[in-house]
Ligand binder design. Structure first.
Ligand code: TMP
Length: 208
């Protein structure tokens, strides 16, 4: 069977980790080989770039530096991990991908969608996710959950307004990419979300 590229998106505290875990459990049960990875990150160099992006520092990146660092990490990740895995017939399960750039750098930071789309084209050529689970949650709830986890990174320290803009951008992306987007109500219990995700995957990809 051909490798599939599945991404998981949502604001902080939406439950991406639980979602990733339930997909991994299903793929293992269905005897499907997969690679589980994340962005920014997924390779040694890309993880170093991730730290640069998330660290709270006295010289924070301006919006364009942030955007270019994200695509630099992505180029490394795509060429070293994603493409080789898909070429081997493995599924790639990725915690965030370019939709996060449209949501955070586009919606949150106000960078032009057209610029992000240009970088997407240069970095990815035709590579796009086959399916994207978007866990939708109000930023009030999400941030409250994220705060309980401890130290906040540079993004988590943003104001509520930033996350409202991120969420609006995600909802626009879901509308625009109905063929691959699955919007999940992340207010529901973890068990219910996990069950919903598994049912959708089983149905869409005829898993056993
Ligand atoms: P997370 O992996 O814990 O969700 O943290 C990654 C952070 O990076 C999160 O706050 C969103 C942010 N991010 C962007 O701003 N743009 C991107 O393209 C990606 C992949 C992540």
């Amino acid at each position: 069977m051909k490798g599939r590229f599945i991404t998981v998106e949502g604001i902080e505290g939406a439950g991406k980790t639980t979602c990733m875990d339930s997909i991994k459990e299903l793929l293992t049960k269905s005897n499907i080989g997969y690679v589980s990875t994340r962005e920014p990150g997924g390779t040694l160099l890309a993880e170093k770039i991730r730290n640069l992006l998330l660290d709270v520092d006295e010289d924070p990146p301006v919006a364009l530096t942030e955007l270019l660092l994200i695509f630099a990490a992505r180029a490394q990740h795509i060429q070293k991990v994603i493409i080789p895995a898909l070429s081997d017939g493995l599924w790639v399960l990725c915690d965030r991908f370019t939709d996060a750039t449209f949501a955070y750098q586009g919606g949150g930071r106000g960078m032009e969608d057209q610029l992000i789309a240009e970088l997407e084209k240069i970095t990815q050529q035709a590579l796009r996710p086959d399916m994207t689970f978007y866990l939708d949650l109000s930023p009030e709830l999400g941030l409250a959950r994220a705060k309980k986890r401890g130290n906040l990174d540079r993004f988590e320290k943003e104001e509520l307004e930033f996350f409202n803009n991120v969420r609006r951008a995600y909802l626009r992306l879901a509308e625009k990419n109905r063929d691959r987007y699955i919007t999940i109500d992340a207010k529901n219990t973890e068990d219910r979300v996990a069950k919903e995700i598994k049912e959708i995957l089983i149905d869409r990809f005829s898993l056993k």
